[in-house]
Design a protein around this ligand. Structure first.
Ligand SMILES: [Zn+2]
Length: 265
């Protein structure tokens, strides 16, 4: 383990354009439930899963009604606003601050990388703390709209102040395409990185899953995988090496090691 942490830290220091890919595994240590695990949100409530699958069609059919339902329905993930970044998130922020990590691409919608302070962040599936214009793609903080007032004045769905397009939550629903800007920038990052650090995700859900595969298709890219258990990335030979462990424990050790190496050179 110690050896692998040193190897990863050295590779990070030597990389010119290192990026990280993250998934649910980095957030479970902040108490965010997953969806399909043994005590996952949908394992416990299959009806909520069926509703989630229908949600985007419902939005397209009748965005006004979709917004009304959304105001009254309880959030399936509980109160994400209270969740705080854990040592894994903080270590990735530290690596960005050190200039080692150039970008984080996350599948998580919990906003914890943003809370940790990361600036070069691509939220592939959106963020629960934002709204997005479905026409021009602008993102807004939730407090940019007074939903209760709009509801009472029968003015759902909210409209974009820039282009009058229909506003949706930023989180990407089932069946909804990945927003064009995020999809394009993520592919660009995968196409130019020379190191990819994959943390807490098996990267099996497409199109996100294409990112490590795009990187693997190029020469001179090091792909490091940090997960609790081996994944298809390990089995298919996508990752160059695999570090087995918790992101909240391993990433801070990598950040420490990177600082040590930096002092030596
Ligand atoms: Zn707009």
């Amino acid at each position: 383990m110690e050896e692998l942490i040193e190897r990863a830290s050295r590779d990070l220091v030597n990389a010119k354009h290192a990026i990280a890919l993250t998934g649910a595994g980095i957030s479970t240590e902040s108490g965010i439930p997953d969806f399909r695990g043994p005590s996952g949100v949908w394992t416990k409530d299959p009806e909520a899963e069926r509703r989630a699958y229908r949600s985007y069609d419902r939005f397209l059919e009748d965005p006004g009604a979709w917004w009304e339902e959304r105001l009254t329905a309880p959030s399936v993930l509980g109160s994400l606003e209270e969740a705080v970044p854990n040592p894994g998130h903080r270590a990735l922020f530290e690596l960005e601050e050190l200039g080692v990590l150039k970008c984080v691409i996350t599948q998580n919608v919990d906003g914890l990388h943003e809370k940790a302070g990361n600036k070069h962040l691509l939220e592939y599936h959106g963020s629960v703390s934002k709204f997005r214009c479905t026409a021009c793609g602008l993102r807004f903080n939730q407090d940019a709209f007074d939903l209760a007032k709009l509801a009472s004045e029968n003015r759902f769905p909210p409209n974009c102040p820039e282009c009058r397009g229909i506003i949706k939550t930023d989180t990407v629903s089932f069946g909804e395409p990945i927003p064009g800007d995020v999809a394009r920038k993520s592919l660009e990052e995968a196409g130019k990185c020379d190191l990819m650090l994959i943390c807490g995700t098996s990267a099996v859900v497409y199109p996100f899953a294409s990112l490590p595969r795009v990187a693997r298709g190029r020469t001179a890219v090091t792909i490091i995988e940090l997960n609790a258990e081996p994944t298809p990335l390990t089995g298919e030979g996508i990752s160059d090496y695999f570090i087995q462990g918790k992101t909240g424990e391993v990433l801070p050790r990598i950040a420490e090691e990177v600082k040590k190496i930096r002092k030596q050179v």
